[in-house]
Design a protein around this ligand. Structure first.
Ligand code: URA
Length: 239
């Protein structure tokens, strides 16, 4: 019988020897191999190394948008003006993922365009990028009423789409903004104050949790912590 752990190790060592630090994902062609470690019941998903080029990424994102359609998968659809799909460069090195659209985003159909968005844009520019260089999305694509937190059923209905967007774009780093985004993507119900500042993994992509810009608008004294997290992100993408 083959030792599956040894097999995985061999494959990963090969990728490392080839200078590949991350294993890009290809969700479009269902090229996944689920490898079950029966001993400890842990499971991991290996993805074939076949990164999409820019055109394929654009097509894949458009196909995903088409799949979402005039979404009625959860109750947030009732009150929305626009679905906020996400925007930015398909070749982004950094992907920022927030919680869900607010009023301005709902009206414009674009992520992070209100006050919190202006602060996020400042951060992106301070990091040496233009807003168009990165990709910005949210865990839920429709505005929760009165800007309340998205509920579990809404997150479950919608989060598969941002996961697919992340896999398609395959950025060098994901920055999760705030508690909801971070807990959804890494699956740990730990306060954001404890999670921020350290790298986690989302499907082989390093993920840096940090405070949400709305939190910073209320607590500007914590801006330096986000800047510290941003430095770590810059270090990681320059490696
Ligand atoms: N807050 C979010 O989490 N996302 C937005 O798009 C705007 C505000």
């Amino acid at each position: 019988m083959t030792n599956i752990t040894e097999d995985i190790k061999t494959v990963l060592e090969f990728y490392q020897a080839m200078g590949i630090e991350r294993i890009p994902l290809n969700t479009i062609q269902d090229t996944r191999y689920r490898i079950q470690d029966k001993k400890n019941h842990a499971s991991c998903i290996m993805h074939r190394v076949s990164p999409l080029n820019s055109e394929q990424k654009k097509d894949a994102l458009q196909a995903l948008r088409d799949e979402i359609g005039d979404c009625q998968r959860c109750k947030l659809s009732k009150g929305r003006k626009n679905i906020v799909f996400g925007e930015g460069s398909v070749d982004a090195e950094i992907m920022f993922i927030g919680e869900g659209p607010g009023e301005d985003e709902d009206i414009q159909g674009r992520p992070f365009v209100g006050k919190a968005g202006q602060l996020l844009t400042k951060l992106i520019e301070k990091m040496g990028f233009k807003r168009e260089d990165v990709y910005i999305g949210n865990i839920v694509k429709c505005r929760p009423p009165f800007n309340r937190d998205p509920e579990e059923d809404e997150i479950s209905a919608c989060s598969p789409f941002i996961r697919k967007q992340a896999e398609i774009i395959s950025p060098k780093v994901i920055v999760s903004l705030g508690r909801i985004s971070t807990q959804t993507l890494i699956g740990m119900k730990i306060p954001i104050g404890k999670l921020r500042g350290k790298f986690y993994q989302f499907e082989n992509i390093p993920l840096m949790p940090t405070f949400h810009p709305s939190y910073l608008l209320r607590n500007p004294k914590d801006k330096w912590l986000v800047w510290e997290d941003a430095q770590k992100v810059l270090e990681k993408i320059r490696k």
